[in-house]
Design a protein around this ligand. Structure first.
Ligand SMILES: [Fe+2]
Length: 286
């Protein structure tokens, strides 16, 4: 099983790099489509749009239709739950009957659980008692398969970004950490929000953060020839060893080699991905 992870596309109309963000998502989906073997599923870990407007989600929905693998999303702090649900319900968002956009996908060797860490009160994450209850119920709905949870805010201390804590306070992050660890069946957590490729641990659970798919918003230093090349994560599942994560550089015409040297990651996180540009240069907050 191969999971392609994209994140923080921040699709929006009316900003100078709006077309670029669209092109980055288009090129990333085309690159995923061209992989052999092709990923089984694509997860988007939030900030799908920048302003949460219906027209932005309509554009996203049209771009997702080009994907040859199913796409599933978790909301980010820049998303609007109801507009997202209206545009993507039944497709990339399977949440029903709840104000929260959380759900599970049971079609693969590993169960996928989308976790909603969003609060309208902050750009940072939250995780209330009701969401703990819903996550535990979802985790225990099947006790046979391993689980990957995907969400926007990383529920661990991120040592490379400006904010080590990406939740409103330690308490909601600890509630989420405990819920994820409660069964022993969660073997991976895929996140976004930080806009750079990094990783951490939640107890014994490996957690990875994918960079922003939008090249104008991606953090980290990159050589000139990679600055306009989207980078996304490929998570390959092995029943004996769990997930390994590789950072994939989107191919361009004429490439004879598309993977960045040193971009493959193991337990220590992606190598070769360094600081390029801070989103604050564009007046954008995460
Ligand atoms: Fe973002």
């Amino acid at each position: 099983m191969i999971v392609a992870q994209i994140s923080d596309t921040h699709i929006v109309h009316g900003v100078p790099d709006a077309d670029r963000r669209v092109a980055d998502l288009e090129r990333t989906i085309a690159d995923i489509n061209a992989l052999d073997p092709r990923p089984d599923v694509i997860v988007h870990t939030g900030d799908i749009t920048h302003g949460g407007r219906p027209e932005d989600y309509a554009l996203v929905a049209s771009l997702f239709r080009a994907a040859r693998a199913p796409v599933y999303v978790a909301p980010g702090n820049r998303d609007h739950r109801e507009h997202l649900r209206a545009a993507l319900a039944g497709g990339a968002c399977r949440a029903t009957g709840s104000p929260f956009l959380d759900y599970s996908i049971e079609d693969f060797a590993v169960r996928l659980i989308a976790v909603d860490t969003v609060t309208t009160a902050s750009n940072k994450g939250d995780f209330c008692a009701e969401r703990v209850r819903r996550l535990l119920e979802r985790i225990d709905a099947d006790r046979a398969k391993p689980i990957v949870a995907f969400m926007h805010h990383p529920p661990f201390v991120v040592t490379v970004g400006p904010d080590a804590l990406n939740f409103t306070s330690p308490e909601p992050m600890h509630r989420l950490q405990q819920a994820l660890q409660h069964s022993g069946r969660v073997i991976g957590v895929f996140c976004g929000h930080v806009h750079r490729s990094t990783g951490g641990w939640i107890g014994a659970i490996r957690a990875m953060v994918a960079p922003s798919t939008a090249t104008t918003l991606r953090k980290g230093d990159f050589p000139q020839h990679l600055r306009d090349r989207p980078i996304y994560h490929l998570h390959r599942y092995d029943p004996a060893f769990g997930f390994s994560t590789e950072a994939r550089v989107v191919a361009i015409a004429g490439d004879d080699r598309v993977a960045a040297p040193g971009a493959r990651s193991g337990a220590g996180g992606p190598a070769g991905l360094e600081r390029r540009r801070d989103p604050s240069e564009h007046g954008l907050e995460r």
